[in-house]
Design a protein around this ligand. Sequence first.
Ligand code: ATP
Ligand code: MN
Length: 482
Amino acid sequence: MAKRIKIKDLLNSTDFGQEATVMGWVKTFRNKQFIAINDGSTIKNIQAVVDFNSFDDSLLKRLTTGAAVSLTGEIVESLGKGQRIEIKVNTLEILGDSDAEKFPLQPKKHSLEFLREIAHLRFRTNTFNAVFKVRHALAYAVHKFFNDKGFLYLHTPIITASDAEGAGEMFRVSTIDPDHIPRNEDGTVNYKEDFFGKATNLTVSGQLEGELAAMAFGDIYTFGPTFRAENSNTTRHLAEFWMIEPEMAFYDLNDNMDLAEELLKYLISYALEHCADELEFLNSRLLEEEKQKPQADRSELDLLSKLKFCLENNFERITYTEAIQILRNSKPNQKKQFKYLIDSWGADLQSEHERFLVEKHFKKPVILIDYPADIKSFYMRLNEPDTEGRKTVRAMDILFPGIGEIIGGSQREERLDKLEKRMEEMHIPAEEMSWYLDTRRFGTAPHAGFGLGFERLVLFVTGMTNIRDVIPFPRTPKNAEF
Ligand code: ATP
Ligand code: MN
């Protein structure tokens, strides 16, 4: 094909009088004269001007929204408002027609719900152009952050035989024919006949394998797909999502919190710096949306201010026990406005409680630590019992405004005897986890790590409100379209 210039580069060009070829998709065609073209390289369009006397009417008729075109013309300074540069078309070719009657994207505002149903085409809208540009930049920034710090990128398995993590319900992986299930004498499924010779699932977390590598490389991270068959139809849960899981040897919980806070701030500032146009667009989009809401429901800060606010303030660090105190005395608890009232120590925090702490009480990101052992995973390091004899673990959850939990992590239990005791209490078969326990048998060391849900991060940075709108093809209960 002819050599084309990307619109992003063209818009920055000063080669006035030179000829350039642009290829892209028609956004609008106005007054039989002005074509707005987008090629995805930037959220901005280039304006191409055609002299309708020099082109066949039948050709111009085909310049409909969505059509793919290739055009060559002279780069000129624009007289129009809102753009510096435009292209004066000499030759024009339609690469692919788009039937205006049938193309579902019209140059008007479509609802996000509608666009979700046509997720195969929604990339072509300004909103999704911006969202997925930001998503890309954040993914790149994750790797850059860890690479610059000397962390090793570890690929943990997608298919796993361990279900001990207990982070969520799992998807079974099997080649057994559901119409001819091999059975043991007692009627249970005989997984010896299955592909791997045992029951296997899609991973819910790469952490346990990550720990093994951290015990050799020191600092590692994973960044891969994660699967949870949890039937939670919320705006913050997906059945398939991407998770970033760093694991560090010789880290305690404070080191872990410092790294997590530094990472989140780095990623937010990377997006602010490298996605200025996209965030500007998303900011205005959100302001428009907020106008539809009653005053009381509108957020105090716009998107850009909210992102900057996160960079400029230290995250509030408090213990679970302190959080319970605050919640118990809070207005919504006293007035019985919480769906789940907080009356005693030990209760698991619901998202209404997390959001109260972040959005109403502290008004900034909060790191909650030292949760009751009973509501957390077996591998978290046990604290000395408190003055009232209550058992807590070195866990940390980072809570963000509008999102709730964005990171979950802990210092790990590195003491073999304590870990074995906890596993026994929680009915986790130690024989199957022997490989995991080996790290505690041979050169055990203090270590810590956390999991950052990538889509929750993208949700926060883009200001979108539904997690289905920040992953290209969302997988949720009863939905695996495209
Ligand atoms: P939640 O209580 O919100 O369901 P969790 O406690 O199950 O989260 P972890 O097991 O600690 O979460 O997972 C680490 C991180 O992965 C979470 O902090 C969150 O950012 C993200 N995450 C967890 N479950 C999902 C999901 N179903 N969809 C998208 N992201 C998720
Ligand atoms: Mn969950």
